[in-house]
Design a protein around this ligand. Structure first.
Ligand SMILES: [Cu+2]
Length: 152
């Protein structure tokens, strides 16, 4: 009987790609990180997340890196005349008490010069460097190539 329960619990636990909880450095907290899997041959991947500033002074994201490439740039997707294009977007200011979303339209973090594909189900690690709060590293689960965001 005990054995059966243990087996069932083990099955329920399974392999988990748990949604990462909020990760904070001082007053800056990041949550809801996710990346889109890359198609074969792609050498860059977009990462999305939310940043909250719980402090009383503005802070700004000045640089970023990842465990799969040191080369991460803030980009902003802008739609003009129905056509989306990317431009450089950093540094990103986060007001006192404010928040900034990195999402498919708007800011994203672009991991560039990938040496291997970013595949669905993996979890990569991204480090953001803020002028005030310093470095903050958080896990980023990789969703499907056509994903629009984590399930809610
Ligand atoms: Cu980009």
């Amino acid at each position: 009987m005990k054995k059966t329960i243990a087996v069932i619990l083990a099955m329920l636990a399974g392999p988990t790609v748990a949604a990462p909880k909020e990760v904070c450095a001082k007053d800056i907290c990041v949550s809801n990180g996710w990346a889109r899997a890359t198609p074969p041959g792609a050498d860059n991947a977009a990462v999305y997340f939310s940043v909250v500033n719980k402090g009383r002074t503005a802070d700004s994201l000045i640089s970023a890196s990842s465990n799969i490439t040191a080369n991460a740039m803030v980009h902003r997707t802008v739609v003009t005349g129905g056509i989306a294009h990317m431009e450089m977007g950093g540094p990103v200011e986060v007001n006192a008490g404010g928040h900034v979303s990195f999402a498919p339209i708007g800011y994203h973090l672009m991991l560039e010069g990938l040496k291997q594909p970013v595949t669905e189900g993996k979890v990569i690690s991204v480090t953001l460097d803020f002028a005030g709060a310093g470095k903050l590293t958080f896990p980023v689960p990789v969703l499907g190539v056509t994903a629009a965001g984590p399930p809610r």
